[in-house]
Structures are given as structure tokens and as C-alpha cells.
Write a protein that binds this ligand. Structure first.
Ligand code: CA
Ligand code: CA
Ligand code: CA
Length: 338
């Protein structure tokens, strides 16, 4: 009877032991999974002081004693971003969950947070872009910054005015490229900020962007695919309506005659270097644009009513001017005699 009792007690103890081990394994396994979820969500935090079970637990890693962040995260369906969770301040220390994670502090421990009253500005330690470029998007060769606590934002722009920490365009990592809206001589400014909202002084670097003139092979087919180099450079775009008029004129009238084709071949040989020079000088572009307007007008009329009638109209116009000049001359002479 006694032996039977001891047997029952032993069985119950064994069962309890197995249950405890399995439970502990399940808990620690769950915690490991959650930590992996955290690392996947915040890869920059991997290997840092907050890459630990203490993210969600108070004391014992793997125990069920969750801290404020762990409990709130569980209530949020184990989701790091839903319901604006990153902007919540789970431990109530005055720093959002995201700000704490970004600055490598525990968002579930109110005693652990970025320095308050941090007035030390971050410093941009290195910033460089290529001296020349041939496209509007340039690469950022180097952009590094440091801070007494942690650099939490990087910004590159074209303004020498210090941006606000709340301005648009800050990124958590240094940008690797920048896209300008126009070509020419450009200066870029690099800024860094910290979690306390301090923005660094800028470091600038300059580049000269020269957009390559579209060189489209001329095969003499007059298919409309060839470029009007000088006009394209002057109007800044191959698809400008003015350039299109000249292209249509070329394809309709020049490419259909031997003399016209010879002229186009010659033009394509001499114009690219001229176009390159024009493309880099805004005054030259303006002068060429003005100079091309009569030709564009002539081309547009010729395309609308035909080349011969247009030439006839031009002759009439010129004749009118010549006759008018002669009339004025004789009138002046008559007046002098009187
Ligand atoms: Ca907090
Ligand atoms: Ca905290
Ligand atoms: Ca600082």
C-alpha cells in the first residue's frame, strides 16, 4: 500500500517535471521567435544593446514577466507598426518607442532612455559627391556623421538654410543618391540630426551636371527618329513642340530631296559640338531660341500649306518690304526737293 502511494507521488512529480521543462522550452522558444521578429523589423538594431529579451521583459529573459513595451506589443497583436505603435510611448519616459529603438534604448524601461537636455549638435564628418556628372541623379560618394548620443537622421538638399528636425526628407540612414531637377553647376548640403532634435551644421560639396545630348544615329531614312541637335540643346528637350516642328520640316521637305539630304548629312556632322557648347550656356540657349523662331514659323506654315506657297508668301513679304523701302526713299527725296 505504502509502495503504491510512493509510486503515485513519483508519477505526479515526474509529470510536473516534464510539464515544467516543456513549458519553459515553449516560453523560451516563443521569446526567441519574438526576438527574431524584432531583429527582422529593426535590422539596424541587431547586435546592439537592445537586441535582447529585455526589450519585452523586465528581468528574466524568456519569462512571462513582460515590461510595458512587451505587454503593449502583445496587445497590439505582436505587430510593431500597426495602430501607430512606433509613435506610442509605452514606458511613459517621454520618448516614443521608435525614437528609443532608433537611439538603442529600451522602450519598455522608463529608466532607460536617450539623454534629456542633449544640446550637443551632431557633426557631419564627411560628405562628398562626384565633381562632374552626366545625369540629374548623382551618387553620394561619402556621407558620415557623428553625435554625442546617436545620429538618428540624415538629409541632403540644395538649401544652405538649416532644416528643422521635423522637416520632410530626413532618413534613418545616409542617402546614397540625389536627384536634381535641372543640369548645371550645383551645390548639395548634408545635414545630420539626433534624437533630441539637434540639427548639425552643414557640409557642402559641388558638382557640374552636363546632360549628354541625345545622339541618335542618323541612317538617312528620314523616319523622324533623328535629333535636331542645336534646337534640342536650345529648347532643352527633344520632345519640345518647337523641335518637333523642325523635325517634321526636315522629314517632310529636306529628306525628300537629294540636296536636302546632303544638307542634313552635313548638319549632323557639324552640329553636335555646337549643341554641346550651347547646352552649357543659358544665354546662348536664349539667343539661339530667339534666332530659331523665324525658321520655326516658316517651317510651321510650310507644313500647313506647303513649301512652294510658303516660299511665295515669303517672296511677297520681302517684295513688300523692298517696295516699301523704295517708296519711303522717293518720298523723302520729294520732301527734300520741296
Ligand atoms: Ca518611451
Ligand atoms: Ca525607455
Ligand atoms: Ca546630440
Amino acid at each position: 500500500m505504502k509502495r503504491r502511494k510512493l509510486g503515485v507521488i513519483g508519477f505526479v512529480a515526474l509529470l510536473a517535471g516534464v510539464t515544467f521543462v516543456l513549458g519553459a522550452f515553449a516560453l523560451s522558444n516563443a521569446s526567441d521567435t519574438y526576438l527574431s521578429d524584432f531583429e527582422a523589423q529593426y535590422p539596424a538594431a541587431v547586435g546592439t544593446r537592445i537586441d535582447s529579451c529585455l526589450m519585452c521583459h523586465n528581468v528574466i529573459p524568456g519569462s512571462s514577466a513582460r515590461n510595458a513595451y512587451g505587454a503593449a506589443w502583445a496587445s497590439n497583436g505582436h505587430n510593431f507598426t500597426a495602430n501607430n505603435f512606433e509613435q506610442a510611448d509605452s514606458d511613459g519616459d517621454g520618448f516614443t518607442n521608435l525614437a528609443e529603438i532608433t537611439a538603442r534604448f529600451f522602450p519598455g524601461n522608463a529608466a532607460d532612455h536617450p539623454a534629456t537636455g542633449d544640446t550637443t549638435l551632431p557633426t557631419v564628418t564627411n560628405f562628398a559627391i562626384p565633381a562632374t556628372a552626366t545625369s540629374l541623379t548623382i551618387s553620394v560618394t561619402t556621407f558620415t556623421a557623428s553625435d554625442n548620443v546617436l545620429v538618428t537622421g540624415y538629409l541632403v538638399n540644395e538649401s544652405a538654410t538649416k532644416p528643422l528636425a521635423s522637416a520632410a526628407g530626413w532618413s534613418a540612414t545616409a542617402p546614397t543618391s540625389f536627384t536634381f531637377s535641372t543640369a548645371g553647376s550645383k551645390t548639395l548640403f548634408a545635414w545630420a540630426k539626433d534624437a533630441a532634435g539637434n540639427v548639425s551644421a552643414s557640409v557642402s560639396d559641388s558638382t557640374i551636371i552636363t546632360l549628354a545630348t541625345p545622339v541618335i544615329p542618323f541612317d538617312g531614312s528620314g523616319d523622324g527618329g533623328s535629333g535636331c541637335f542645336i534646337a534640342t540643346a536650345a529648347f532643352g528637350s527633344y520632345v519640345s513642340p518647337y523641335v518637333r516642328v523642325l523635325r517634321n520640316f526636315r522629314d517632310t521637305f529636306l529628306m525628300t530631296s537629294r540636296v536636302g539630304r546632303a544638307f542634313v548629312t552635313w548638319y549632323y556632322r557639324v552640329s553636335p559640338p555646337i549643341a554641346d557648347t550651347i547646352a552649357q550656356r543659358s544665354v546662348a540657349r536664349a539667343v539661339i531660341r530667339a534666332g530659331l523662331l523665324p525658321l520655326i514659323g516658316f517651317s510651321a506654315i510650310a507644313l500647313a500649306i506647303g513649301l512652294i506657297p510658303t516660299l511665295f508668301m515669303c517672296l511677297l513679304f520681302l517684295a513688300g518690304i523692298v517696295i516699301g523701302a523704295i517708296k519711303m526713299q522717293s518720298l523723302r527725296r520729294t520732301l527734300r526737293v520741296v
